[in-house]
Design a protein around this ligand. Structure first.
Ligand code: 5MM
Length: 345
């Protein structure tokens, strides 16, 4: 069982991550994912290029006005800025809480073609202790659920929910806030309704496992997908339809003791993600027991990455774009985002 001091620590950290209408920045892409994004833009896929991109991110002026916590990847937490400061120190200096991705990735689930289970429980306790010594105060683990013909299976949902709950319990015991991320993918031609049904089923399973493992709900954050039609679905729903389906799904499954829900963007554009988060906060402010915020990677980073393209001469312009998307999402958390905030409006 988690000790009283550790419980107090995780509750306080979760609260700090949700303070002042801010959200989280996911910059925890694995080397493979980061390289894929760089390759698409012709940026060299080197450790130095990944370091330089992430230095640009964490030194963005005004980032902490909108971002309370940033999730790092293992490579980054061991790297330094050009001035010699470790990334974790630079984030703490900027008043941004340090987080770390601790899963080791989604692997094929035996006997279930097309499905995965996220691994990383082996020696997780030791790794968490090491990350905490490097400055991490929260962690992240992502389970991946695909929608398809006959998918997801109960096997994939329960294996991922179980691993998420085991990870969350261990984090809390060691004083780190677990970000619990069950992601239902946007890949496919499924409808919004189907995504909402699957998301509801997944979230029920996750909260059941969190209960079974004795995880303290007040000391975690949930990082789910929004309920969205598949990227190849012929019918793409309105912003309000997405907001309604997503919040209904969360109201049915997420206990009120959870302090906050921070969405992943999952392949939405920056503007789409801001619009949808904003609509949820505008339409349901009075009904929601938890804070509804963001933990985006692509929806915050992409416009800036596109400007930067590996060119240090473009760093300032890229930082401006990054700060802008972060600020739009902070506004969306308060239900105060509008198209007028966008430069093209
Ligand atoms: C779903 O991905 C998470 C949120 O990012 P988006 O807002 O872009 O959807 C993100 O934290 C993700 O876990 C990382 O980018 C790392 O993913 P990989 O696949 O590299 O482990």
């Amino acid at each position: 069982m988690t000790s009283a001091p550790a419980r107090r620590t995780v509750v306080a950290t979760a609260k700090a991550l949700l303070a002042a209408h801010k959200g989280l920045l996911a910059m925890d892409e694995s080397t493979k994912t980061c390289n894929k994004r760089f390759a698409a833009l012709g940026i060299p896929q080197t450790s130095e290029a990944r370091r330089a991109w992430r230095e640009l991110i964490v030194t963005t002026p005004g980032l902490a006005d909108s971002i309370s916590g940033a999730i790092l990847f293992d490579e980054t937490i061991h790297q330094q800025l050009k001035d010699g400061r470790p990334f974790a120190r630079a984030l703490a200096d900027a008043d941004i809480i340090v987080g770390i991705k601790v899963d080791t990735g989604a692997q094929a689930l035996a006997g279930h073609p097309g499905e995965t289970v996220t691994e990383g429980l082996d020696q997780l306790g030791d790794r968490l202790v090491n990350y905490a010594a490097l400055g991490a105060r929260f962690a992240k683990w992502r389970g991946v659920i695909a929608i398809g013909d006959g998918l997801p299976t109960n096997a994939s949902i329960s294996a991922n929910a179980h691993a998420l709950a085991r990870y969350a319990g261990l984090c809390q015991e060691l004083g780190l806030v677990p970000i619990v991320e069950p992601e239902v993918l946007m890949t496919g031609d499924h409808t919004l309704l189907r995504c909402a049904e699957v998301t509801e089923r997944v979230l029920h399973a996750v909260f059941e496992q969190l209960y079974v493992q004795g995880v303290q709900l007040e000391g975690l954050l949930l990082k789910p997908n929004m309920a969205l039609p598949g990227l190849a679905c012929a019918e793409q729903n309105t912003v309000d339809e997405v907001a309604d389906a997503t919040v209904m799904c969360l109201l049915r499954t997420v206990p009120a003791a959870v302090p906050g829900i921070a969405f992943l963007s999952g392949g939405q554009t920056g503007v789409q993600a801001s619009n949808r988060l904003n609509a949820m906060n505008q339409r349901f402010k009075k009904r929601m027991p938890w804070a509804l915020t963001f933990s985006f990677s692509r929806a915050i980073q992409y416009p800036a990455l596109d400007i930067w393209h590996g060119d240090s001469g473009k760093a300032q312009q890229a930082q401006h774009a990054l700060q802008h998307r972060a600020a739009c999402n902070r506004a969306a958390r308060g239900g105060e985002y509008s198209a007028a905030m966008e430069p093209t409006a």
